[in-house]
Design a protein around this ligand. Sequence first.
Ligand code: BEZ
Length: 198
Amino acid sequence: MGDNSASEFWLYGYGSLIWKPPPHFDQRIPGYVTGYVRRFWQASEDHRGTPEAPGRVVTLIERSYWEELTDHHDSAPEKVWGVAYRIKPDKVAEVKDYLDIREINGYSIHYTPFQPADGSAPIRTLVYIGTPDNAQFVGPQDPQKLAEHISKSQGPSGLNKDYLLGLDAALEELSPESGDEHIADLARRVRALEHIAK
Ligand code: BEZ
């Protein structure tokens, strides 16, 4: 681990946090974690959908668990690219409160080593994960049906398709190797459904 990372508060984002940063950060570092697979397998009742019509957002699946499943997208990058944010020390409690409100809805807190893209030492990061035992976990879905579901969903944070297309664009910008075919394929399908040019 990096020298100070155990005493500092670092947050790893692999979804909307990539392009919608938390408040009060003083460093944003692109990089990745390993041992997980990113999937649109979490129902969203509070951000990109409603309790009556939940949308779909990403979660991380433990790679060993995912390997035992039948997934229509049957490959996944070894590295789950995202960003790590360091929160200013005097704002940690405030940001934790903000994140609890923003990120709850089936997600729980985990810690994982984050590898900065510049090759510097790994950082211990907090990450929100919707594990398979949470009520909002959906599991594998047919990609076309999932794209159609995302196309028609919306919630208090906006259109579900804007979340997907925002994530696709954010991943393309992070690094030449940060593409994720699960996300890119869903984005292509949604653009085709909506007649959106890239
Ligand atoms: C993320 O961007 O990493 C994230 C956002 C909300 C819930 C879980 C993860």
